[in-house]
Design a protein around this ligand. Structure first.
Ligand SMILES: Nc1ncnc2c1ncn2[C@@H]1O[C@H](COP(=O)(O)OP(=O)(O)OP(=O)(O)O)[C@@H](O)[C@H]1O
Ligand SMILES: [Mg+2]
Length: 239
């Protein structure tokens, strides 16, 4: 059974249809790319599956259960986690506490257990000096902290919304390896939104392409990147 299935998923903001009739499925262990031009609806799509926004129409199912209108905290308990394109560390908390938040709120862990979980996950992501204030972190460290917080929910499905943006090429390589490792070790289904096609090519087994809210192509990156409609809508001469 697919981990996550959307059917006819649609979100309109007054006149603008940001996500338009999107049907797709995500399978255990796969890394799926979600690509498309600015404003295509990628972040809105993640908001709809994670429960930050409710759809205008259509459905979302997780492991066969309809969760279309389930609140975000329920979905996070069930196993859907995500990072945010606009990062928002809790600045009055330390790094370790930012990560513990996931384990405390989503898994009802005691503070002691949550700290142990958070320490393990940070070690897995090579994020150290956990007593630091978040204002002292580099972008790379903040992105790792956001992933660590999402993993503290012990998810089965994880969406990463532009976690490579702002990283240099060494950091990007490190992040690609990290995402591959956590996907394999945790048997996660991972949805990756990125604008850097080298990352998508290397990281994903399959991509979906959104344009003006509609899913216009789906398949391995090598195939999709040769699709004339995708080239026209997004890749342009760079493909
Ligand atoms: N809360 C909102 N109210 C009104 N319009 C919105 C809202 N959120 C998003 N939109 C609009 O919906 C469309 C899709 O936005 P979205 O952020 O999902 O795009 P995106 O594919 O993530 O783009 P980017 O690559 O720039 O991050 C855009 O036209 C955006 O302006
Ligand atoms: Mg976005």
């Amino acid at each position: 059974m697919s981990k996550l299935v959307t059917s006819g998923l649609t979100k309109a903001f007054s006149g603008l249809v940001a996500v338009n009739n999107v049907s797709f499925a995500m399978e255990e262990g796969e890394i799926l790319g979600i690509i498309g031009p600015n404003g295509a609806g990628k972040t809105t799509f993640i908001h709809l599956v994670s429960g930050i926004l409710m759809p205008t129409s259509g459905t979302v199912a997780f492991k066969g259960k309809d969760i279309t209108y389930a609140p975000a905290h329920m979905r996070s308990r069930m196993g859907i986690a995500r990072t945010y394109q606009l990062i928002h560390p809790l600045e009055n908390l330390k790094v370790i506490e930012n990560v513990m938040v996931g384990a405390v709120f989503s898994k009802d862990k005691s503070l002691r257990e949550a700290r142990r979980t958070a320490e393990e996950i940070c070690a897995e992501l090579e994020l150290d000096r956990l007593e630091r204030d978040t204002t002292q972190l580099s972008i790379f460290e903040i992105k790792k902290m956001e992933i660590a917080r999402a993993l503290a929910n012990e998810p089965e499905v994880l969406f990463l919304d532009e976690v490579m943006a702002g990283l240099n090429s060494d950091e990007t390589k490190g992040m690609i390896a990290t995402v591959q490792r956590i996907a394999t070790e945790r048997k996660l289904a991972v949805g990756v939104v990125e604008h850097v096609m080298g990352v998508i090519r290397e990281l994903t087994q399959r991509v979906i392409v959104l344009e003006a809210g509609e899913l216009i192509a789906e398949g391995p990156y090598e195939t999709v990147s040769k699709n004339p409609r995708v080239i026209e809508a997004y890749l342009g001469g760079a493909a």
